[in-house]
Design a binder for this molecule. Structure first.
Ligand code: ATP
Length: 460
């Protein structure tokens, strides 16, 4: 796999407005507290949104933890001892460089200014001096609000893995290399937040810290880059809408000695979807120093204590969701009518199988309910009998449901149903007794192809 050239990706049919509006109409994403006028860059997820997010998390967890022998999980607290953030460097240096535009007064990130133009109003060269702005969100714990009570909402889940390194090591008796993964909410007081759910103040991360020795770290860094790209293939993001971008030394975080972004193509250009960072031994060393505990590992081959090095793939659930919605959106023409269709992968689509009676006719409903009961234990189903069958197919297409099973008047006599394919709109007839297998086979066929397994690295 090679990095792509610069330039727009082809085949993207939706702009951000279209996606934002569809997401609200269909119940994926709502502006938060909308009846109060909303709250800047804050969103709530609706009935289909939560299903899709669960599918994203589950797919990531299966890929990164359950399908492997060398990664285990934790769930750490969101608000923890503030010393964690002092040690990790977030209290002092977790900052974005900010400037104010003198023309429109917008506060923008200095590193987001291109060709000297304000990203808000387009005026060139009229900015205040750059200032550092700390992104940590503060709160206080306990009954007295003084300095001693200050705590922080975690800005990343990663530190939960570092502070539990020893506990995981002792409780699981692991040996290097191994990883610790976590999925959970993180919080940053972000300043630039225009792009829907791409950048929000509250977001959910999926991160994995992979501990290894210094000699094999760069090999693992390359390995995880490729593995992460394979995961994106598996959830159906088109390869031409993704690329790697290596960070230069001047843009890497304070702890990182090599970082590559997986970038996705958005309506406003290429931007970071995921970061894969080689963090060296920075975090464990910092925590050892600040806590006074030795966070080393006894290497039995070398017979010495070492501080493991770390490679970290880190991505946001929200950003994956936006990427998938943008990438899956399509418009085509069916029987002379324009239709909107979300070409979501079967494991990601909120609903895998729609179960529909041809009409609300009394004769059809008991059989349709019976077919639903047959399918429901095996797949994410949705029963729908409102409006005409044509409109119901369109609704399922628009939310990305790969298959619909329809009960019609013939079903009463022949105990067979129709399976309709979202992408081709082709229909096949199968007996109710075989519908579970037929649906399963078709969903299997629709699963995206994935590159071959990445070879495990050796020591360099
Ligand atoms: P950026 O440069 O976009 O601010 P970052 O480099 O600070 O991001 P990381 O600290 O590497 O981001 O976080 C890892 C991942 O977490 C990102 O690649 C992204 O998918 C997700 N993420 C980070 N910040 C946000 C946010 N404010 N909203 C949504 N997702 C986020």
């Amino acid at each position: 796999m090679t990095d792509e050239e610069d330039g727009p990706a082809s085949g993207m049919k939706a702009d951000l407005e279209t996606i934002t509006s569809l997401a609200k109409q269909r119940g994926f994403v709502f502006p938060s507290a909308e009846i109060y006028g909303g709250f800047a860059s804050t969103y709530d997820y609706g009935p289909l949104g939560v299903e899709m997010r669960r599918n994203i998390r589950e797919s990531w967890w299966r890929w990164m933890v359950q399908a492997r022998d060398d990664v285990v999980g934790v769930e750490a607290a969101i608000i923890t001892n503030p010393d964690v953030w002092r040690a990790a460097g977030h209290v002092d240096v977790f900052t974005d460089p900010l400037v104010d535009c003198l023309k429109c007064k917008a506060r923008v990130r200095a590193d987001h200014i291109e060709d000297g133009a304000c990203p808000n109003c387009g005026a060139t060269g009229q900015f205040t001096e750059e200032r550092a702005f700390n992104l940590l969100l503060r709160t206080s714990v306990g009954p007295v609000e003084d300095e001693g009570a200050t705590a922080y909402l975690r800005p990343e889940t990663a530190q939960g893995m570092f502070v539990n390194f020893e506990n995981v090591l002792n409780s699981t008796r692991r040996s290097l290399p191994f990883g610790i993964a976590q999925i959970g909410k993180s919080f940053r007081n972000e300043i630039t937040t225009q792009q829907f759910i791409f950048r929000t103040r509250e977001f959910e991360q999926m991160e994995m810290e992979f501990f290894c020795d210094a000699e094999s770290a760069l090999g693992w860094f390359e390995y995880w880059k490729q593995e992460r790209m394979r995961w994106y293939q598996s959830i159906g993001v088109r390869r031409e809408h993704l690329r790697f971008r290596d960070h230069g030394a001047d843009e890497r975080s304070h702890y990182s000695s090599a970082t590559a972004d997986v970038e996705a193509h958005y309506p406003w250009g290429w931007a970071e979807l995921e970061g894969v960072a080689y963090r060296g031994d920075y975090d464990l060393t910092q925590h050892a120093e600040h806590s006074g505990k030795s966070l080393s590992y006894f290497d039995t081959e070398r017979e010495e204590h070492i501080v493991p090095h770390v490679v970290e793939p880190a991505v946001g659930v929200d950003r994956v969701m936006l990427t998938l919605l943008m990438d899956a959106y399509d418009e085509d023409v069916v029987a002379g009518d324009k239709r909107v269709v979300m070409r979501l992968a079967p494991d990601i689509a909120p609903v895998a199988v729609g179960v529909l009676p041809l009409s609300r006719n009394e004769k059809l409903l008991p059989t349709t309910r019976r077919v639903h009961d047959v399918l429901r234990p095996h797949f994410r189903t949705w029963y729908d009998d409102a409006q005409s069958i044509g409109r119901r197919y369109r609704r399922q297409d628009e939310i990305g449901t790969p298959l619909c099973v329809t009960v019609d008047f013939d079903t009463i006599d022949d105990e067979a149903v129709t399976i309709r394919d979202r992408d081709t709109t082709e229909q096949i007839r199968v007996p109710i007794s075989g519908v579970v297998d037929a649906v399963r086979d078709r969903l299997d066929e629709l699963r995206p192809e994935v590159d071959e397994v990445t070879a495990l690295p050796g020591r360099s």
